[in-house]
Design a protein around this ligand. Structure first.
Ligand SMILES: [Ca+2]
Ligand SMILES: [Ca+2]
Length: 249
């Protein structure tokens, strides 16, 4: 091997040694995966379930391994959209809760920079995952039905709104709770069959399973309820008035 090639090999080896010596890793606190934090720019993605309804303690997001002094690290948030954090024993903690229902709480990007500036910054992308943690809200159904008329999901004019900040409206369980068999006389359905998972409100149609008889009963009072996929329930009283028509006897 001539002198030129020897010098090249020596340079590469030296670069590799320096790379290892200066390397910093981020360790995932759950999977223990390591992410190399080196001269080359690295990107690290982490997802956290929203916790505004059950936040109890600072949450460890990752561990920084290989830094000479973790107190010398500089954290720079993109667009000044930051959150409260702390670094103890080289573990990076989020020390606040996150609420997916607040759009500004959903995504954060920040850089971890060593003060020596020997390494390229590692960019951390933190995204907050939505869960079904908020309760639904249901409007008051107050409707008029003509007697001797069949009201289906298509032609019924009795609509009311159900909403849930989490979305997942299409998985909502709608029920009627009566004291005089109203759950068999009326029916509840989503007005639109095309509800997306991200929709946070929808119209519900109240229909009849058979024509009503004014002479038999001209007012129905019962409860309607909406229960989301997490079991959160809302209920409202419903008031149905039957109007008189011509009876063919
Ligand atoms: Ca919900
Ligand atoms: Ca939610």
């Amino acid at each position: 091997m001539d002198f030129g090639k020897s010098l090249l090999v020596l340079t590469i080896c030296l670069a590799m040694i320096l790379e290892i010596a200066s390397a910093i890793y981020l360790m995932d606190m759950k999977s223990k995966n390591q992410l190399h934090f080196s001269r080359r720019r690295r990107s690290y993605r982490i997802q956290l379930i929203e916790n505004n309804n059950f936040y109890v303690t600072p949450i460890p997001l990752f561990k920084i391994i290989g830094a000479t002094n973790c107190s010398d690290l500089c954290i720079v948030f993109k667009n000044n959209k930051n959150f409260k954090y702390e670094i103890k024993n080289c573990i990076f903690y989020a020390s606040q809760s996150f609420d997916y229902e607040k759009p500004n709480d959903r995504k954060y990007v920040f850089k971890i920079i060593t003060l020596s500036l020997e390494e390229m910054p590692t960019v951390v992308h933190l995204s907050i995952k939505n869960i079904d943690d908020e309760g639904p809200v249901i409007d008051y159904p107050h409707c008029y039905f003509k007697e001797n008329t069949m009201y289906t999901r298509i032609n019924s004019t009795c609509h009311f709104k159900v909403s849930d900040p989490d979305g997942f409206i299409k998985f909502m369980d709608l029920r009627i709770h009566g004291t005089a068999n109203e759950e068999n006389l009326f029916d509840l359905n989503m007005l639109s069959p095309n509800i997306r998972e991200s929709d946070t409100e929808a119209n519900v149609t109240l229909s009849t399973t058979r024509p009503l008889d004014y002479e038999k009963n001209n007012t129905y009072v019962f409860f309607v309820s909406a229960t989301d996929s997490a079991g959160n329930t809302a209920s409202r009283i419903a008031n149905i008035v039957v109007t008189n028509g011509l009876d063919h006897t």
